[in-house]
Write a protein that binds this ligand. Sequence first.
Ligand code: AMP
Ligand code: MG
Length: 483
Amino acid sequence: MKHTFPALPLARRFAALPPRYYTATPSTPLPEPHLVAFNAALADTLGLASDAAAQQALTEFLAGNSALSGYPQLASVYSGHQFGVWAGQLGDGRALLVAEIDTPTGIRELQLKGAGRTPYSRMGDGRAVLRSSIREYLASEAMHALGIPTTRALALVASPQTVWRETRETAAVVTRVAPSFLRFGHFEHFYYRGELDAVAELADFAIGHFFPECADAAQPYLALLDSVVARTAELIAHWQAVGFCHGVMNSDNMSLLGLTLDYGPYGFLDGFDAHHICNHSDESGRYAYDQQPAIALWNLHCFAQTLLKLISKDEALDALRRFQPLFEDAFAEQLRGKLGLIAWQEDDWTLFTDLLELMQAAHTDWTIFWRRLARQHKDAALRDLFLDRHAFDGWLERYRARLADDGRTHGERIRAMDAVNPRIVLRNHLAETAIRAAEAGDYSELHRLAAALACPFDDVAAYDDYATLPPDWASQLSVSCSS
Ligand code: AMP
Ligand code: MG
């Protein structure tokens, strides 16, 4: 059964927690909102009818111009470590939880990002600009289509309202959807305030709703830490495999559920560079591509510390030590698929790291390479992606010998590899092109790109232009924390 706004089947899960976790905050009305994008496929899985008659009222709601009668508007409080330094209280400075919907696949929270100031806005204006909202909308759905755990994006609403960043921009609101937006930082907040009963209450909340298997464990809190470690390891293996750089892996941007969360100055690798820094504001390269696994573990330490009254230090350290082998196993599984192998063998690490060395030297395009590798038996131009072609020929001989062990036909392997190596990822210049058109009032490119990103593994001729090497100007683009 489909539900038409505003008659939504509401639940109260986060909103049923005591008030120490949030502040009821009315959204700030947004003038002249219009719906730029609506994710009908996601709406469908949520059981929401895309009813034309209800659309005006829905747009007003998604702009923060109305609230549901049966649900409050809540800004949650959290803290966190930013760039390795304790930052104290942060919180939803521009996001509001505006609904929990009971859907066929479970309860989903709806959050409006950019809906105005909250008690946690600090110096911020509570708004998000169209540029960064488009980036969040596109990336959420691109990651989902790639099979990578992520918060989702239901809608994008824009307004002519001026928002000042480095220059004059306009406001927009993204509706984010997730089972929960709990962050490591929620736990850190109460731990550092010495409110350890709140840490236990949040842990019980998390176990009860999101990690039910932990409830039956001998030590539920330790099982929770184990699960968060495992989910984070799995997430980062996905990021590394697809070449996704988050850009701001502060502990307040780490999802307890292991979802990709808070899309800001992220980037997908074009040419491979292990040390790639996607965030212009990250001067030291703390969050460079090859640092992401270690930073994830660093953040897990921050989270584990908050549980130290519930589990022993030795238990916590043992759980954290499981991150590296879990990450390696998950990453090996990703690489097995990318290389088109049937089973991973220990020697395959050497095959892979030798390949990376050649790719690093040539800044070989990360996405195009894997797609072409599937066709190595007939793609004479594959070697042209490398500077040292003879060295690559040598690597290819070894790879072919390895493939011979598996005995797959070329056709079988191409099908398997094309199902895991995307043809299209959200390169910065693709987002930028859609943003420039949208800022000039033309959303057609945004819609075409969103449609292409929804089927990133398919060979669709109409999207060929998204699958080419980036243009020269792409390397001049810079994205920063300003959003
Ligand atoms: P971020 O760098 O986007 O993860 O944000 C870090 C903190 O700053 C979070 O508490 C955000 O809610 C807050 N914040 C970011 N931008 C704004 C803004 N424009 N207005 C209010 N708060 C913001
Ligand atoms: Mg954040």
